[in-house]
Design a protein around this ligand. Structure first.
Ligand code: BGC
Ligand code: CA
Length: 301
């Protein structure tokens, strides 16, 4: 495996939400606390950003054009050319300090997005006040789960019968039976449990993606690592080590979907550790991973 830097220090806070768009060959991602949406064109190398303000945790292309983004507890439409934002809806109104976190579309183009409690330090949050939502093509909002701490990475198996979901606190990834037609999830079980493992090596499970063989690629905050894990056995199959500790998420991209793109964060690093990690906040590309994935799915509503 070889790790290279695609965009050095692209994010000043928490880089997140990488999404490879098959149509434009662009990688979009966010810089959460900076309130910036980024887009990097893999063909021209152009890198643009739009400041939308408020913590923004997801940017996903819409089939109809533009993007769907989050701003705090709001989902909005973003037109990249005009930079215009149009609010769609807000959630968790009873908990105004919550914010949206990771989001991803399922194969039918419905947006799954979760929230998290107020965070004072990575992983240190108000507990059980957040939710996992599903926003369907008709723009109806469904509450999938309540009492969530930090809603994080998501992935579905190729046959769409299983849904994987990171609960960053308590450092676990769960699997559920998934009903594609209704969008219901059931039969929760644990597939990754890092609760007893060292933070330095295993960190806090965060964003993830899945390869064509249904193995998950789990980015772990504070650990400098992405693990390829077999969710059926819990076994770690491969480990990618980065030169910075706060790896937040990853997605497949490149012409053959055999490159892994990863985001990283500076949040939680002291001035001393930042000085030792000059690549914190960068976007990375990993080659020769012996796996392939699929492009990101656009929102169909
Ligand atoms: C959140 C961060 C959090 C991290 C680790 C990320 O998805 O956006 O705020 O610190 O996960 O749990
Ligand atoms: Ca995340």
């Amino acid at each position: 495996m070889s790790v290279s830097v695609v965009l050095k220090n692209a994010c000043s806070t928490c880089g997140e939400g990488p999404h490879w768009d098959d149509v434009t060959k662009c990688l979009s991602f966010v810089d959460i606390m900076a309130g910036d949406c980024h887009r990097w064109d893999s063909q021209t190398g152009d890198h643009e950003k739009i400041h939308i303000g408020n913590p923004t945790s997801l940017i996903i292309p819409r089939e109809k054009g533009g993007y769907i983004v989050s701003q705090g507890l709001q989902l909005a439409q973003l037109d990249w050319q005009s930079k215009q934002l149009k609010p769609i809806l807000s959630v968790d109104l009873e908990k105004p300090k919550n914010r949206f976190n990771d989001g991803k579309c399922d194969t039918l183009g419905r947006l799954w997005a979760g929230t998290m409690g107020y965070e004072t330090y990575p992983g240190d949050i108000e507990k059980e006040v957040a939710h996992l939502y599903m926003f369907d093509k008709e723009q109806n909002l469904h509450t999938i789960k309540d009492k969530v701490n930090i809603s994080n990475g998501m992935a579905w198996t190729a046959d769409n019968r299983t849904f994987f979901y990171t609960h960053s606190m308590p450092r676990k990834v769960f699997a559920y039976d998934f009903d594609l037609v209704s969008g219901n999830i059931s039969k929760e079980r644990v597939v990754v449990d890092f609760t007893e493992k060292s933070i330095d090596e295993f960190g806090i499970p965060d964003g993830m993606t899945i390869d064509l063989n249904d193995k998950i690629w789990l980015a772990c905050y504070f650990s400098s690592r992405i693990f390829q894990i077999d969710p059926e056995t819990g076994k770690i199959l491969q480990t990618i080590k980065f030169e910075t500790s706060n790896i937040t998420s990853c997605c497949f991209g490149g012409p053959n979907y055999d490159e892994l793109y990863a985001t990283s964060s500076t949040i939680g690093l002291t001035a001393e550790s930042l000085a030792k990690q000059p690549l914190a906040g960068s976007i990375f590309k990993v080659n020769n991973i012996n796996a392939k994935g699929v492009p990101g799915i656009a929102y169909q509503g």
